[in-house]
Design a protein around this ligand. Structure first.
Ligand SMILES: [Zn+2]
Length: 257
């Protein structure tokens, strides 16, 4: 059950999309590998968050070609791409298979019973919002100011995506599992209580991931819509032909991969 991750994946009409919100790695493996990790419960390749980001950005890149625009719902593609670029920056959307990205790690956030995934999806941000009198627009403005004043030298690297690449979700997934290993799972074992120590040391990472997600989404949309370079119609199978001979790793066969 990984579909406690997002509201959209709960809704009946969108259940098909629930594996597209995350990609998990074998337990305690702090690296990410597209061929090994990107699949759904039925072992269908490319059905994970990074595959979905490739897929929807490829769909959007056809926007000038009526042959494809009849085939795709580009509004839906834009909404999904925006959502999934956000998801992949939440470290536990690239967590471990065995604990379902922190969903099965039951613990307390201050006095409230929750799970580690929900702490990172929602509760850290809710706690941070108290500083802004629960005014989300103030928090967004504060992060925007940090992008301009605290991280201006980092922004070009966040925006860049490799030569001729429109979108680079594999980097973001690799960053997420690395953060998950270093900061997210640490001191957050089942039954623990997370409070000020955890909040104040992790909140800076959350702010930075929100900033990176926003900057990268904007850069990706610029490349798709005004980049001016000829966007190739690339679906994941074309980008990763080598995956077909690779071992898929899921909860049942973790020891084999
Ligand atoms: Zn999601």
């Amino acid at each position: 059950m990984q579909n406690s991750r997002d509201e959209v994946s709960h809704r009946a009409g969108w259940r098909w999309s629930s594996p597209l919100h995350y990609v998990d790695t074998p337990d305690f493996r702090c690296n990410y590998d597209y061929c090994r990790d990107c699949h759904d419960f039925a072992r269908s390749r490319n059905r994970c968050v990074t595959g979905a980001i490739y897929n929807y950005s490829a769909q959007l890149s056809t926007y000038k070609n009526s042959k494809f625009t009849d085939q795709y719902n580009l509004t839906e593609a834009l909404l999904f791409l925006s959502h999934f670029v956000g998801d992949i920056h939440q470290p536990l959307h690239c967590g471990f298979l065995g604990d379902e990205g922190g969903n099965t790690i039951i613990l307390h956030w201050y006095r409230r019973k929750s799970n580690l995934h929900h702490v990172w999806d929602t509760l850290i941000i809710e706690t941070a919002l108290k500083k802004y009198n629960m005014d989300l627009s103030m928090m967004i403005e504060d992060i925007r100011t940090s992008i301009l004043e605290d991280w201006p030298s980092d922004v070009p690297a966040w925006e860049s995506c490799g030569v001729n690449q429109t979108v680079c979700p594999n980097w973001y997934a690799a960053e997420s599992i690395s953060l998950a290993c270093k900061f997210v799972y640490k001191n957050a074992s089942p039954g623990s209580t997370l409070g000020d120590d955890y909040f104040f040391t992790r909140m800076p990472h959350v702010r930075k991931r929100l900033a990176q997600g926003g900057v990268r989404l904007a850069a990706t949309l610029n490349r798709i819509f005004i980049g001016g370079y000829s966007l190739l119609y690339h679906l994941p199978d074309d980008i990763f032909p080598e995956c077909s001979s690779n071992t898929i790793c899921d909860r049942e066969n973790q020891s084999a991969c």
